[in-house]
Design a protein around this ligand. Structure first.
Ligand SMILES: Nc1ncnc2c1ncn2[C@@H]1O[C@H](COP(=O)(O)OP(=O)(O)OP(=O)(O)O)[C@@H](O)[C@H]1O
Length: 511
């Protein structure tokens, strides 16, 4: 009997509330309704201990960067037990899958022992947005079928922690994760302009696999870290956020490899300029009697470097490589243009051991002593050593014996060569005198038609400009008192696979 009464009371209450709701909806204007709902909300806030921060997807027409960062950050937390649905995607620019929360998902993150409850809320958007519709300034909402927002709820007492520490932490983590995922692009100049299509640089060289003096390697890594973390410092001292590196040493000692390792370490894109081609184009122009406008002068090059760096906001590194540092113009190598000079040396014992470890995973072997003795007597590049070790990479013993034999033969060749040099002028154009083992050292005669100047193993062949974004700018100058082609330091050619085939000063200007 009692339960029957209770049921009928509940039924009456439900019916009455429906009638009241209908009357309120039909007769009260929306403004009054909004007023009352706000009041009710405020009242409930008074009693609740929770605060909610809302992060909408758009701010006006632009994507809200905090939303993006939260999306990335929470994507790394999708293993949390509270998550039941996960979205997976990947764009061409990513090298990993991107995970993110699906709509309605709830995720609890813990930061400094405080629980942070995240929820992805999606609300449908009316097809015709009303004037009074409160969409938080999100103009995109009128173009979309739904608007998304993250809601972060936490206890009131942790408000400062969330604003001052947690959200900045989320932004920082998201930035790091984006960098980790980022593929490095290699840009070259084609027909006087930066290529439109990006080439993904998948060079596997890292500081772990690069064989060089370990102290020097550490110094380079520390220097790069200081540079990338130095935005505030550069601002404070009033300097453009830029750093120049000069890599010098004989062919095959790892200069290009070091550039790849640096780019992989920093996740910077590479803008590769083959200065040799600039020079070759000039030679052609000169022989056509068209000397002048397109010439690369030292001062123009310097202005390009300085202008490029000075005009752009982001951090930038420029790396020059050369086989002959001593021939470079002092103006080019002074601090501020080339701040750190890194010598890539012939193979010594330490470099050999690193290579042996890379190729065979060992730090010592019976034959090492003989090899190390030979390395003190004969100059071989790490590229030559690596080449010998690869020849028989399935048989460690045979590979090291092969290397030993190669070292003996090279020593003999060297002694024989020294004798012959006594009777033949060293700069005679003769196939007997290749200047190095690498392509760079070969004589290059008339390779691209008649009238071409012959150039020899040289310097300043290569400039790689590494930067985070694609925005570049260059100042121009009319000054051309030093033609680079006439300087010793720029008689060069480079046969790296990634050098641009047709490049002129326009390429520099268009950076
Ligand atoms: N220091 C090194 N550590 C590991 N591998 C190396 C090193 N130096 C050279 N090599 C190997 O030799 C190859 C050629 O080296 P790299 O192109 O980096 O030399 P380089 O100094 O730039 O030569 P060049 O002056 O002729 O341009 C690399 O692909 C790599 O396999």
């Amino acid at each position: 009997m009692k339960s029957k009464n209770l049921l009928s009371t509940l039924g009456s209450i439900a019916a009455a509330s429906m009638v009241i709701r209908t009357i309120v909806n039909d007769f009260l204007p929306p403004q009054v309704m909004n007023y009352f709902s706000c009041k009710l909300e405020n009242l409930s806030h008074h009693f609740t201990s929770q605060i909610t921060i809302v992060i909408e997807e758009f701010r006006g027409l632009a994507v809200n960067q905090v939303f993006e960062a939260v999306d990335i950050y929470l994507g790394s937390k999708t293993a949390a037990p509270s998550i039941q649905r996960v979205k997976v995607g990947k764009s061409e620019k990513d090298n990993k899958l991107a995970l993110s929360m699906d709509r309605g998902g709830i995720l609890v993150d813990v930061f400094e022992k405080v629980e942070m409850k995240w929820q992805l809320v999606c609300s449908p958007v009316d097809s015709v947005p009303s004037r009074n519709q409160n969409n938080g300034g999100d103009l995109n909402s009128s173009l979309r079928s739904e608007v998304r927002r993250y809601e972060l709820s936490f206890h009131k007492r942790n408000k400062d922690l969330v604003i001052d520490s947690y959200l900045p932490y989320v932004l920082e983590r998201a930035k790091l994760m984006t960098e980790e995922k980022k593929m490095i692009n290699l840009h070259t100049v084609v027909y006087g302009r930066w290529d439109v299509e990006e080439i993904k640089l998948k060079h596997p060289m890292t500081f772990n696999t690069l064989a060089m003096d370990s102290e020097l390697k550490r110094a380079v890594m520390v220097d790069l870290q200081h540079f990338t973390n130095g935005e505030e410092y550069y601002k404070r001292v009033g300097k453009a956020w830029k750093r120049g590196y000069l890599l010098y040493g004989p062919p095959g000692t790892g200069k290009s490899s070091l550039i790849a390792a640096m780019a992989n370490y920093l996740k910077y894109d590479i803008y590769d300029l083959d200065l040799t081609d600039l020079q070759n184009r000039e030679s052609e122009t000169e022989s056509d009697g068209n000397q002048g406008d397109n010439q690369v002068t030292l001062s123009r090059l310097l202005n390009c470097i300085d202008g490029l760096w000075s005009c752009c906001g982001e951090e930038r590194i420029i790396i020059f490589t050369t086989n002959h540092k001593e021939r470079l113009d002092p103006a080019l190598v002074r601090p501020g243009r080339m701040d750190m000079h890194i010598h890539m040396s012939y193979c010594n014992v330490s470099i050999f051991k690193q290579l042996a470890f890379n190729y065979f995973g060992i730090g010592n072997d019976g034959v090492f002593e003989q090899i190390e003795r030979m390395l003190e007597e004969v100059n071989v590049s790490p590229a030559e050593v690596a080449g010998e070790l690869m020849k028989k990479n399935w048989n460690r013993e045979a590979a090291f014996q092969g290397l030993l034999q190669f070292l003996h033969e090279k020593k003999e060749r060297h002694l024989k060569c020294e004798e012959e040099i006594l009777i033949v002028p060293p700069f005679a154009e003769s196939p007997q005198f290749p200047s190095s083992q690498s392509n760079r050292g070969r004589w290059r005669s008339g390779r691209r038609g008649r009238g071409r100047r012959r150039v020899r193993d040289g310097v300043a062949a290569h400039a790689s400009i590494c930067q985070r974004s694609g925005s570049t700018n260059v100042m121009e100058t009319n000054c051309r008192e030093h033609v680079v082609a006439e300087l010793d330091c720029c008689v060069a050619f480079d046969v790296n696979a990634h050098s641009a085939p047709n490049m002129g000063f326009e390429g520099l200007k268009n950076m």
